[in-house]
Design a protein around this ligand. Structure first.
Ligand code: 5GP
Ligand code: MN
Length: 332
């Protein structure tokens, strides 16, 4: 992990940021814990160095993250960012994941990408892309330590959030010794693991269970149980007053079925588009499938958003066919 190439990219990233006065730190649409953590911990760290970073995400903040320090400092695209001299993109594998902040790249603003997705398209001027890290939050810890930021309890807590959530609370195949040593270091500096687990996992409204009941009713197994599929149409989200991006964990429960290698969960938004979440348990690479549909991610967790011009069910059937074919070619 400290090989020469990734070390020098870290150095170059630090020096580009050090030269900036008013960087915008931008996460991705449909933000997850790693995104919120990376945007906030980098911004808090830079404030400590006297750099006036502006944390931004072009999407509402999911309710499970509302109790974390400085979350309310994250601004959306309505904030005037015309004076910025650097765009720092975190945890975003493609430029369209920035939402409307993508226009800052198109305008030629200097940019640096800090990300751990294998499918990153290297859309920045400088790209520190390091898939060997479990989470972008781990990269931010390396960067802030390199920049000699003094951690306090709040920064440690916010930084820990991304490592915990992107590893499924220390369960995924991305968990190695560095994950535990980085998490331990953040705990030593004041992060409270029980607080993070409670905020993220144990503050659901009962409507989440009702929504899960609808998703279970739609569950189907294919390929002798190798593939699990479920979905929620927009009317279910409307019925329970839950946004489709707030219901994110169910695909992991599909993957947890004993026979399942590939899990698919599709949620329809109010414009007839659908977000597809893909998971695999071992060797099947879902990031390749997601890329074929214009998305991206990791080998075992990926996703994409699809305009369902031919209808929601046809889009789901098309995806299933691609997965069936790939499974057959793997087993022939
Ligand atoms: P999720 O299924 O939880 O939305 O996402 C799983 C993984 O796939 C995450 O690492 C996420 O960043 C990535 N991902 C999800 N949706 C998209 C998408 O629309 N485009 C890209 N490039 N990556 C995505
Ligand atoms: Mn991540």
């Amino acid at each position: 992990m400290t090989d020469q190439s990734s070390f020098s990219l870290l150095e170059q990233t630090a020096s580009m940021i050090n030269r900036s006065k008013t960087p915008v730190v931008c996460g991705h649409i449909m933000p997850d814990g790693d995104c919120i953590s990376s945007v906030l911990s980098l911004s808090i760290g830079l404030w400590k160095l006297g750099i006036q970073a502006v944390p931004t995400i072009d999407w509402p903040i999911p309710s499970e993250f509302e109790g974390f320090p400085c979350v309310h400092n994250i601004s959306d695209f309505s904030r005037d960012v015309s004076q910025t001299d650097l765009l720092i993109c975190v945890d975003s594998s493609t430029k369209d994941r920035l939402g409307r902040f993508e226009t800052l790249i198109d305008k030629g603003l200097p940019s640096v990408v800090i990300d751990h997705h294998t499918t990153n398209t290297m859309f920045g001027e400088l790209n520190w892309v390091a898939p060997e890290y479990s989470s972008t939050a781990q990269m931010i810890l390396r960067l802030l330590k390199f920049m000699k930021v003094d951690y306090d309890e709040e920064l440690a807590l916010v930084n820990y959030l991304g490592i915990a959530t992107d590893t499924g609370f220390f369960r995924y195949s991305t968990v190695d010794e560095t994950v535990f040593s980085d998490a331990a270091e953040l705990v030593r500096m004041g992060a409270d693991p029980a607080f993070v687990a409670r905020q993220v996992l144990e503050r659901n409204r009962v409507e989440f269970l009702y929504l899960k009941r609808d998703a279970i009713n739609n569950l189907e197994l294919h390929q002798s149980g190798l593939v699990a599929v479920s979905y929620l149409r927009n009317d279910s989200f409307v019925k329970y007053g839950i946004r489709e991006d707030e219901f994110s964990g169910f695909v992991n429960e599909l993957r947890a079925i004993d026979t399942v290698e590939v899990a698919i969960f599709a949620s329809e938004d109010d414009k007839g588009n659908a977000h597809f979440s893909l998971r695999s348990k071992t060797s099947f690479d879902v990031s390749k499938v997601a890329q074929d549909f214009g998305g991206g991610g990791h080998k075992n967790a990926a996703g994409f958003t699809h305009t369902c011009s031919e209808g929601f069910c046809n889009a789901l059937e098309e995806l299933l066919q691609v997965i069936r074919k790939q499974l057959q070619s793997e087993h022939s």
